[in-house]
Design a protein around this ligand. Structure first.
Ligand code: CTP
Length: 402
């Protein structure tokens, strides 16, 4: 999604300037055109030549230097930018931006741009926490400028605290979210469930399944990056929730997932139920650890609510998507779930196929639609599959509106 985007990167006088080199490398790898502007103090930390080599563009520093064959005039640059990053941003540049000062190439271009601006502060913790800096950051945010939170940790100045430059990979993710705000799913409200559920037996044991949550998290991430407002309800996973979610709700049991889904489903346009919900839970949860006996033991299970079935029963104008993980009679079983749960389409995982199913990064699925169409998709990354699923959701949303 970053391919072909024009990124202007302002580098100011912070020791973290060297980390911006990696940021440029990542942006170039993602297919962006990158134009670096450095302040004079930025050049004290990293030589412009370094940025010139990684960005494959001459670095601009001086406002009044004769432009070369590249379009370096500040208004032209300001117009061309899809996104304007200031990374690292010192307390000084933040103060100048908040005051509207334009006294060098970077500040003049910033003032002239209509592009989305992202500021990545990196400075001494006391400078960052100074009420003047905090006031300036608040002023930028109030104007719609994104200011990322610095990370906590040891700082180059010898102090420890908030002020570190975030990981360049995280900054790239922020750019995707911000650029995606006008995407094809702009303002569509999604409820996505992910991961397994965990049904306690006693204080130390539970019943669960192999779901990793990767598919649901990939769907949430991609939907956000296409402009959707996403509520992600997740069972226990090892994954970090994607950036830019409207809401993240962490649950354990099927009952908890049921309550969270029921609380939010009425406000959404699309529900995607990729969670692997346990169909049964122990009937009596023991308050103390069950001790080993000489004989076998029997665990009595009670039926959990079928969340998707209930949504299907209540469905009005929403787009409703289910998942089916099957090991036999795959198409017949999935067709049955599609009809029974009143879905628009169901994504069928054949768990016997290599490269499909739980905990992997790839998946092989068949999509069965309510109108009878069956699409077999090739093996692909779960993140690419997420986009394929969202493309189909978009068609259903468009049909609903026409
Ligand atoms: N599902 C749900 N609540 C449940 C069980 C399943 O919402 N208690 C949803 C899943 O999130 C998935 C779809 O229903 O989108 C199908 O789940 P699956 O476990 O394959 O189907 P079941 O209806 O439970 O049928 P079975 O276990 O007999 O295959």
């Amino acid at each position: 999604m970053l391919k072909g985007k024009f990124v202007v990167l302002g580098v100011t006088g912070s020791i973290a300037a060297y980390k911006a080199v990696e940021l440029v490398r990542l942006l170039k790898k993602a297919g962006c055109e990158v134009q670096v502007i450095m302040t004079k103090s930025g050049c004290e930390f990293v030589k412009p030549l370094t940025f010139q080599v990684v960005s494959q563009n001459p670095v601009i520093i001086d406002m009044f230097k004769e432009p070369s064959r590249w379009e370096v005039e500040h208004v032209a640059l300001a117009d061309k930018a899809d996104v304007f990053l200031v990374a690292p941003a010192t307390a000084n540049i933040i103060a100048k931006m908040a005051a509207g000062i334009a006294d060098d190439m970077l500040t003049s271009t910033l003032l002239a741009t209509k592009a989305k601006i992202i500021v990545v502060p990196a400075m001494n913790v006391n400078m960052y926490e100074n009420p003047i800096t905090q006031r300036n950051i608040a002023a930028l945010k109030a104007l719609g400028i994104t200011v990322l939170d610095p990370e906590e940790g040891d700082l180059a100045c010898g102090y420890s605290g908030k002020g570190r430059f975030p990981e360049p990979t995280d900054i790239v993710e922020h750019i995707k979210v911000i650029l995606g705000k006008d995407g094809d799913l702009k303002d569509k409200r999604f409820l996505i469930t992910a991961g397994p559920t965990r049904e306690p037996i006693d204080p130390v044991r539970f019943i669960t399944n192999h779901s990793s949550g990767k598919m649901g998290y990939a769907l949430a991430e991609k939907a956000v990056q296409r402009g959707a407002r996403v509520t992600l309800i997740s069972g226990p996973t090892n994954l970090t929730p994607p950036l830019g979610l409207e809401r993240f709700i962490r649950v354990d049991t099927a009952e908890e997932m049921y309550s969270a889904v029921m609380k939010h489903y009425a406000d959404v346009d699309v529900v995607i139920k990729s969670a692997a919900v346990a169909d049964y839970a122990p009937k009596n949860i023991k308050g103390e650890k069950i001790k080993k006996q000489d004989s076998n033991m029997t665990l009595e299970l009670k039926k959990n609510p079928d969340i998707l079935q209930e949504l299907g029963n209540k469905k009005s104008n929403q787009v409703l998507i289910g998942f089916a993980a099957e090991t036999n009679n795959t198409i017949v079983n999935a067709q049955d779930k599609l009809k029974r749960k009143n879905l628009d389409f169901i994504v069928l995982n054949d768990l016997t196929e290599a490269g499909a199913g739980f905990a992997k990064d790839t998946n092989i699925v068949t999509i069965l639609h309510s109108d009878g169409r069956i699409e077999k998709l090739p093996k692909m990354l779960k993140r690419d599959l997420a986009d394929e699923i969202l493309n189909r959701v978009l068609l259903y949303l468009q049909n609903r509106m026409s």
